[in-house]
Design a protein around this ligand. Structure first.
Ligand code: NDP
Length: 284
């Protein structure tokens, strides 16, 4: 068996074209969805992500604003900027690019964002609503993964999903979303004993770790669907995931590549969340 390659780029193009129709409709009603991205300092990776997000917005006719701030600014100054955006009616989504400089407390900044503009879905109100079943902005990466699995017609109900990684932005919300789809969920992390024992039970395996080639053919069972979230650089600077792609190819039923898998979906769901926010604004 050779695994089907899940083409995140193609799926995200399909979703983006339907989001564009929603943008056009909003514009006809006098609302241009607006995303503000706040970038503090000059972390190269952050700059790249931010520029990709901006280009994606512009391509579908959304309004996008980039606010670049010096890494030496105080937490108070950053909070003032966030407050300004909270009150800006042309902005429906606010994203503060992480990581922030070490003298700034990330959670304080995230909590300062108006939850109704928190299109990253990191605010505790949105995280709580995701858990309790309320109307929440869902963090873009796990949201994109669920959409990708649905597009691929992967059965989730009753399946055993194993997630490696328990971060607030990927692992934990991923588990909540899979539970909602009636999967049985297992979380693994750095203290998990015998990782391979757990991952071999997976019908669906999500690797969100940040360790190159952590998952090999020995970690999986025949017919698993693998989602590789990892975005790592190897010794030659090449982008690669957490999964040994070549090694798993003959055993898995389907697998996402890196690049071209989860990455494009993450940006797409950011657009979806911002448009959803603008639609809510219009309906009020
Ligand atoms: P974090 O560093 O916040 O979390 C990593 C998780 O992996 C932690 O829960 C950690 O456990 C666990 N872990 C670390 N080492 C091991 C190990 N050897 N065995 C098992 N578990 C381990 O990372 P993120 O969740 O933010 O990101 C994960 C990866 O996904 C990164 O490569 C990141 O770049 C990528 N990413 C990709 C995105 C995309 O759009 N494609 C978006 C977001 C992230 P513990 O909690 O015990 O420390």
């Amino acid at each position: 068996m050779t695994a089907a390659i899940i083409d995140g780029k193609k799926i995200s193009e399909e979703i983006r074209s339907s989001i564009k129709k929603r943008v056009d409709l909003l514009k006809e009603n006098g609302v241009t969805p607006g995303l503000a991205v706040v970038l503090v300092g000059d972390n190269q990776a952050s700059k790249t992500y931010v520029s990709m997000k901006q280009k994606a917005c512009e391509k579908i006719g959304m309004h996008s604003v980039l606010i670049t701030l010096d890494s030496g600014l105080t937490q108070e100054e950053l909070l003032e900027k966030v407050d300004e955006l909270n009150h800006d009616s042309s902005i429906h989504g606010i994203l503060v690019q992480l990581p922030l400089p070490s003298h700034i407390d990330e959670l304080t900044v995230i909590e300062a964002i108006n939850p109704s503009k928190d299109v990253d879905g990191f605010h505790p109100i949105n995280a709580g609503r995701l858990m309790t079943g309320g109307d929440a902005f869902v963090p873009c990466t796990p949201y994109g993964i669920i959409e990708m699995l649905k597009h691929q017609d992967v059965e989730l109900s009753g399946k055993h999903a194993v997630i490696v990684g328990r971060s607030n932005i990927v692992g934990k919300p991923m588990g909540q979303l899979l539970l909602k789809e009636h999967a049985t969920v297992t979380y693994c992390h750095s203290r998990t004993k015998d990782l391979a024992y757990h991952t071999r039970q997976a019908d669906i395996l999500i690797a969100a770790v940040g360790v190159i080639k952590l998952i090999t053919a020995d970690h999986i069972k025949e017919g698993v669907v693998i989602i590789d979230v990892g975005m790592n650089r190897d010794e030659n600077g090449k982008l690669c995931g957490d999964v040994d792609f070549e090694d798993c190819l003959q055993k898995a039923a389907a697998i996402t590549p890196v690049p071209g898998g989860v990455g494009p979906m993450t940006i797409t769901m950011l657009l979806a969340n911002t448009v959803q926010s603008a639609e809510r604004f219009l309906s009020k």
